[in-house]
Write a protein that binds this ligand. Structure first.
Ligand SMILES: Cc1ncc(COP(=O)(O)O)c(C=O)c1O
Length: 442
């Protein structure tokens, strides 16, 4: 389909959208209305091409500032399905997983387990055994309970398991409280500031079966400034300096986590990647030179910034209800079951009417879902052209933490994930049926 970008009519936050001459929204060059006709509604649509571009961008950034001694590990929690791992493997990416389920999905798609990092704050002995038996590359160990189990199981298996220790550098990156993890008071990791990080490092170094390869931290999500990343690295480098003096420990790996912000709305600033990585590289080089420290491998763990702008969700409009003096509710055939992020974090999104993408906006409304919950809101204040039954709503930048957070609340089946690439579309995840919903019920 020939497309013609009418950028004045549609938001600029999603690189792969455009408007065809018929006024229909296209994604990855494919008419979204035809996708709905072919696959039904609602639909997650993801651009394989954009995912690949985002992987390459992150790898280029690390290569530019840290050389070949670096890895980008996609944070699976943002979007986990087998096709994602095939794309990642093809792009020579690493990945992080936070559960045996994510690990199983990756490995079942042929992803090399030695390129996986296993995160989380409560890995069970079974999780640990499952991962070690599949040849996991690295554990990001969160606490002493996990270390004890990794040590015991690795020793039983006769191996030295590589581990990085999760520390909390005491940085508040000013994102939403529920996605802020680098402060001292966090369920994740051991704080540097109160001495617990030193205690756990000393403990890990004393355990058999464990090779302490380095440190990990992740300060939060949707960060669009360089300063929090720089402050966190400063604290971690100072910690490493002291730990070499006190414990003779030298880190071979520093995993700085993810958290790079994306533009959900046009007001969100662009993440200054060059500023972030050049500042981090300057700091690391200065530290290594000043303290004669061998340059550690740098790992980043972007999730959102790999997949968020590579995805949109398409819904069909049902009831349009105006409450005079209050507002207009536009109800769609999905909701918090496929995108709980407004309910969880008040996360902002932009919407377009896919069948009227060339029309000016004239309706202020709330786009709401079909669940039996007043908090089932997708966008509380959206601007759309006049919305009617049967219109197709596209919510933009839903590629991260939507499919992966989707649920069957109200026994609503999850939508499929359709990939578009090179002007073609294919099914990455099939639509759930009612049969799937009852498949585990006795
Ligand atoms: C340990 C860890 N790494 C990476 C990420 C990915 O963060 P983002 O999707 O914001 O890049 C998260 C997100 O919560 C995380 O907890």
């Amino acid at each position: 389909m020939k497309t013609n970008l009418l950028s004045s009519m549609i938001p600029t936050v999603t690189p792969d959208i455009s408007v065809g001459q018929d006024g229909a929204l296209a994604f990855g060059g494919i008419n979204t209305l035809q996708l709905i006709e072919k696959y039904g509604s609602p639909l997650f649509v993801m651009s394989e091409d954009r995912i690949r571009q985002n992987c390459r961008f992150h790898k280029q950034m690390l290569n530019k500032y840290f050389g070949g001694n670096s890895h980008v590990a996609f944070a699976s929690k943002a979007m986990s399905c087998r096709q994602i791992y095939r794309i990642l493997a093809d792009e020579d990416m690493y990945a992080d997983v936070v559960s045996p389920g994510e690990l199983y999905t990756a490995v079942s798609a042929g992803f090399d387990a030695s390129h996986l990092i296993f995160h989380g704050n409560n890995k069970t002995p079974d999780d640990i055994r499952f991962a070690i038996d599949r040849g996991l590359g690295l554990f990001a160990a969160d606490n002493m309970y996990e270390l004890d189990n990794i040590s015991r199981i690795a020793t039983e298996r006769g191996i030295q398991q590589s581990v990085i220790l999760r520390v909390t550098p005491g940085i508040d990156p000013h994102t939403h409280e529920k996605i802020n993890t680098g402060k001292i008071d966090s369920k994740f990791g051991s704080p540097i500031g109160n001495g617990q990080a030193e205690d756990i490092l000393r403990y890990a170094l004393s355990l058999p079966g464990i090779d302490v390869a380095g440190l990990h931290y992740h300060i939060g999500s949707q960060i669009t400034e360089a300063q929090p990343f720089c402050d966190a690295l400063d604290n971690v480098l100072e910690f490493l300096r002291v730990m070499r003096e006190r414990l003779g420990f030298t880190a071979r790996i520093i995993n700085i986590g993810g958290g790079f912000g994306i533009r959900y709305t046009e007001q969100t600033p662009l993440t200054p990647y060059d500023e972030i990585f050049s500042s981090l590289s300057d700091r690391l080089t200065a530290f290594c030179t000043a303290h004669d420290y061998a340059q550690p491998t740098i790992i980043t763990e972007p999730g959102r910034s790999i997949v968020a702008d590579a995805g949109i969700t398409l819904y069909t409009v049902g009831a349009v209800k105006n409450i005079p003096g209050y507002k207009t509710y536009v109800s769609v055939d999905g909701g918090m079951t496929d995108n709980p992020r407004f309910a969880l974090y008040s996360a902002p999104y932009l919407a377009v009417l896919a069948n009227k993408a060339d029309k000016p906006t004239e309706l202020q409304c709330s786009i709401v879902g079909r669940c039996c919950e007043s908090g089932d809101i997708l966008i509380p204040e959206a601007a759309l052209p006049k919305a009617e039954v049967g219109d197709i709503v596209a919510i933009l930048n839903t590629g991260a933490y939507n499919y992966s957070m989707a649920s069957n609340y109200n026994r609503i089946p999850r939508p499929p994930v359709i990939m578009v690439s090179g002007g073609k579309d294919y099914v990455a995840v099939r639509r759930e049926s009612f049969e799937h919903l009852i498949s585990l019920d006795n």
